[in-house]
Every structure is written in structure tokens, then in C-alpha cells.
Write a protein that binds this ligand. Sequence first.
Ligand SMILES: C[S@@+](CC[C@H](N)C(=O)[O-])C[C@H]1O[C@@H](n2cnc3c(N)ncnc32)[C@H](O)[C@@H]1O
Length: 743
Amino acid sequence: EDDFASEWFSKVSDPKFQCSASSYEDTEPSDNPNVQEIYKIAKDCKELDARWDYNFKSKSKVKKNGMFEGVASISMAENVKRDLRPEHNNYKFGFRYNKCIIPFDQNIKKISGRFVNDKLEGHVRVDFHSGSFALGYAKGSKFVGTLRWFGEDRKLLKLEYVGKQPSKQSQEEPSTILLLIQDEYKMKRLLTQQSSLVGRILVTDNFQPLISCEQESEEIFHQCYVIEKVRSKINDCSIDLKQISQPESDAKKTFSWNLKSDHKVWHGQSKFKECSPEWETEAITDGIRKWIKSMENDKSDPFWAETFENREPWIENSEGLPSTISLRFPDLQGRNFASDPHYGIKITTQHGDSLKIVKENWTEKDRMEFVAQTKSNDWLQTLDIEGRLINFNTDNPLLRLKEPSNKTFYVQGKIRNGQLHGNVRRFGRYITDSQSLCSTTIFSGLSFVGRYDNGQITGPMWRFVVGNGAIYGIADENGRLTGKRIAFIYPDLETVYLGEFDNGIMVKGQQSAITGYRCVNGILELKFSEPSGPFFHFKAPTNETFGDQPLLTDILDDKYIIVKESKVEHEVADEGAFATRDIPKSTTITLYSGMYFTKQQIELYNNRTAAARAARNATADDMWYDSKYHGSMPECQGATITIPAHLGSMDSYRATLGHKLNHQFKPNCAYGGVLDSPRFGFIRAFFTLRDIKKGEELFINYGYSTETGPKWYTELYKKMLESGEIETDVPKPNPFGMLEIDE
Ligand SMILES: C[S@@+](CC[C@H](N)C(=O)[O-])C[C@H]1O[C@@H](n2cnc3c(N)ncnc32)[C@H](O)[C@@H]1O
């Protein structure tokens, strides 16, 4: 029996196959007034969408009165604005006979069939200007029975059953397929009319097996089971599928199914594969890294299999709109992202209703409310909605739906009763310190993983920061990383500050280590060793201070680096940085903090040192000496981090050691962008370009100009060229040029 279904499908998929007229005999056009006629004769050519610019071409002679009769076609020019329509010679039928028509779609190119008394009767083909077309059967110009839609490539897009159902011939309930789509996963989705399958759809690739599911989104299905026995009754182009075997009442036989990854999770299985609920104490770093990687992949949802056992109905208010959705992001309270146009919110709804945000209101500072309404009943619509978020204190106009870009701030989670509930991921990073020059910028990347309970963040939560560090802890009662045992984890996922934090800001932290990890409900949890050593805290540097602990080396730099006399043989080489241990490739090993100058402040500073040089008739190289520790922060409104040259000794400053790395044209380290650090705020950081052995000197490529750079640099460049150690065009190490000077 099942083979018949796939045979039937290959038949109806072929546009050359014509459904037999007899199979339409029992069918009637729908009396639903919303079911449109393929075309209507307009009472008045001024009617909306009425067209006179068509041609009626018949195999026999056209009647003198312009009546549509016989095997014929109506063709139309590509629709342009009414007033701009060219006076096509070929499309003047309506003008000639003062007879306008209203087609059901303005993109129709041609309607072909048999016309009787101005109406379409029998087989009909509708062609669109795009190249796609529909094949069906009309009674009184309305489609009845099976209507097939084909794409420009002549592939079947959709098969739907229109009009009234065939009159019941037996007591058996028909289960006519209403809709059949081949999706990008090469699956056919069948929506049947059988009442016992209400709300379910059948998914299959070749009708064997047939899987019955509740659809949650385009690719996620829940409560699926395999229908083992199906009987199909095929009436030429239409098909009735009847499930003979009852689904096993045993819930163990049901599963959730991710079509995109073709991943099935059976009832009772753990929904989260990322890591186990038992504490792991071996290979901790690798385990954590693996979990973070799976969370970072925004193409696949790690929480897709999570369902809500007790789904609650969508509450509608009196106007038929669903209840308000409000999303709480406590850590964003009081922040302003108004300067960035890319923030948005993306929500996957719990039901599969597609929602469009029509209005937003801020009722409290830290709370956003959307009023949302269902967009349509079209079950193929995407379930993701995205709106622009949070223009504080602004009356925002209509929110636009848009695709998330990698710089977008967006949220992925489930909503129950209008509130986030269950595991939630957020993308789009922002600087922890809201006073920072970069605090209004959204950076790309995963920024939050945690669990909401009816709108409130509860339990362990993760905030990922720019530069790939993470803040981890148990959320306080306000859903914030505030408390006495919050951790900042450096990008090596090993070096850790543990202690008191206030909404992600370190108040009092000491060094600790991660001693174990596990996953509960898909969220990674950590165990730490007792913290020890000196206390550290957040204190942003200014143009006058290094923060307030300039002689206390950061735990990251202290772990990886020791400063000694450089091995570089040059009179100005001075000190250099050396690895204290074997370090793997791609490890963030040192920070680059110092004093923090805004664009204006660094200009003043440079002018001052230039004036001093002029007064003493300094050489060109003295300029390079004065600015040897300059590192620009182009991300932060043109700010510069530097250590004034006269404070360059370890006795004056050693809180961070990035400025002690010397230059090589073939370096073993590189500028790794920026890092939102727990002590200094937003600064720069360096990482290893290859595996490094204990004791090796560490270098980066300064990226100075090989013509106008300092003497030691241009000379070294020449020497390297002559010895053939580098090619002429040394690749620029990074777009900003480490220590490049803004002249
Ligand atoms: C960012 S600092 C590096 C740390 C510096 N050596 C120190 O002791 O503070 C840059 C300065 O280091 C020296 N330097 C760096 N790389 C060098 C190299 N390959 N040859 C000679 N001098 C170098 C130059 O004096 C340069 O101005």
C-alpha cells in the first residue's frame, strides 16, 4: 500500500502529468468568500486591481461582444504602477471591449483553460512572471480539488486540496492531505485533515516511514512517533492516508526531532548531549571549551530538544491579540545602546505562532514589553521574530523584522505566558563597565547562557565577554552576577579570579582554579578551589593613573610571563618577556593595560612630548622613544593605552606585562584584539601564534612603517631582507598596527 503513495507522489510531481477530470467530479468550489476566483470581471475599470491591459486569445474566433469562450488564454503584461503602464499593443483587449478583469494575483502572466460564458471551467494552468506556475481544475472560475504549485525549475513546491471535501461515501473519516511541501531538508510535510491528527503533521521523505509530529518550528518537531501502518486511497491526484496502527500509548516511543541536524532525542533520554550531569575532574579545560563551542554555534540550537511538559495556552486579550510578552535582561538595566543600529531581539515562540512586534513600551528601566500579534496562520512562516531593542526613553516607531547579523544583539529562548522560561542564549556582547568609552558598542559573539524561570534568571549563569573571557556564577535574586562566589575566567579557561562581584564587576577577587565541571539541564556548572593570594579588584586606568595597583602583576601575566633582559642583541633592546611554561598555540597570555587616554587626551599628550623634544633639539628616534608603549584602541572612540616612557621600568609599573614584548618580523605572538578584563576594563591582549616552550622569548610584530619607523626597526628590516629571512612585503600583523602612532 505504501508503495502506492510514493508512486502517486512521483506522478503528481511531474507537471506533464494531468490529473483526470473525473477525479474532480465530486468536488465543489469552496463557499468560503475568502477563496478568490482566479479572475473576476470588474464591474468598473476603476476598481482596485482591475486590469484592462490584457489580451484574450482563443483558438476559435473571439466573440464580437468580447465574451470569454472556448479554449483560450488571458495574458497580462508585467504589472507596473497603474499610471505608468505602457500601452502595450498586445494587451488592449480590456480597453477595446471596455471589460476589465481582476486576477487573484497581480504577478500572473497567463491564465490558460477552457472558458464558458466568461468563466473558467475544467483544467487550468496559471503562469507567473517569475516562471513558476500552478496546475488545477476550475468550476465557475474557482479552483477545486488538488491544486499543484510548481517552481521555475518545474519542481513541485506545494500540493494543496482546495474547495469542499468530497462527499463522504463511507463512514470512514477521510484524511485528505491539505498541503504538501518539499522543504530544504528534502522532506515532505503533510497536513492531514483527519481529526485524530489535529495539530499534527506528517513528515516523510518517501512515504515509508511516515512520522507524525507536533511542529514547533521550521526544523524542530516534538512528540513524534512512527506510523507503522498506513493505508492510502488514491484517487488520481488526491490521496487519503489512513493510519491503521494506533500510536503506541507508550510515551517512550516518542521523540523530538531536529530536521536540520537530523538529531532525534527519544523520550526519557537526556535532552542535552553537551556534557554529563556527573562532576568531571579530568581534562577540565577541554570539557569547558567543548561546551562553550556548542553554545557559540548560533546555527544550531543546543537547547532545541527542551520542551515544556505543561504548555500553557497562549492567552489572548479581548481584541484577539496575544498577551504581552515581556523580556527581562537585568544586566542591561540603565545601559544605552542607542548609537548602534544593530541590536535586536529574536524570539522563538513556544507555539509556532509567528509573531510580529507592533509596539514596544518600557514600563520600567530594566524591562521591555512587546505587544505582539500573530502574523498569519501560515504554518510555514518562520517562527523567529526580531525587533529592535531598547532605545531608552525614546518613542520607537514600528519595530522591524530582520535577519540577525553577527553584530546583532539577539536572544534565543522560549516564552511561556509571555515570559522567558527555560534555557536562554543571548548573542551580542557589551562591555561590563558601563562607564567605558566602548560601553555603547555591541560586539559580536555569544554573551549569555542561563536559565529563566517564569521571566527570572535563576541558578548558574554565564556571561561571555569581549576577548572570550567569561563571568560565571549563581544568579542572585535579581538575576545578576552579584555575590561572594562569582568567577572571572580568562580565555585560557584556566586562570580564574574568584570572589565578590557586583553585576559582573569584580569587587574583591583572589586567584582560584577550576576543579570540576558538570552539566545540569544543559547548563555548565563549575567547582573551584579555595581562592588564595592577594586581593584584586576592578579599577579602570585613567590618563593620570594605572588604576590603583600598578605593582601587583595580574594573575594572567604572572602565570605565563617573566620579564628579564632581552636576548635581542641591540643597544635599545633592553628588557623582554619570556615564557614561564610550555604554552599551547592560541592562548591569551598577557594583557596590555597602562594609562588610558581618550582621543583628545592622547593628542594633548603627544603635543606636549613633541614640544619638549623640539625644545631640546631631539632626534627623530626620540619621538619613537616617547611613544614606544602606545597602543591604540580604535574600538573605543580613538582612545590609546600607553605607559609614559619614563615610567616604563618594572619598578614603576608591572600590573600588566604586554608592553614588555619586543618586536620580531616573524613573531611567536600576536595582538589578539581586545579583552574586557576584570581589573582594568576594556584593554588589549596578546596570544600565542604557535606552541611555545618554557624559556622562549616572546615577540610580536609591531607593524611600524618600514620606511619611517624607528632606526632599530628599519635597520632590522633591511637586515632581514638581505638575509632572505623575510619577503619584501611583510604582511601587516593587524589592522591597527601594534604600537602604531597616530601622528
Ligand atoms: C614596547 S617596548 C618593548 C619592551 C622594552 N624592550 C622594554 O624594556 O621596556 C618597545 C621598545 O623595545 C625595544 N625593542 C623592541 N624590539 C626590539 C628589537 N627587535 N630590537 C631592538 N629593540 C627593540 C625598542 O627600544 C622599542 O622602542
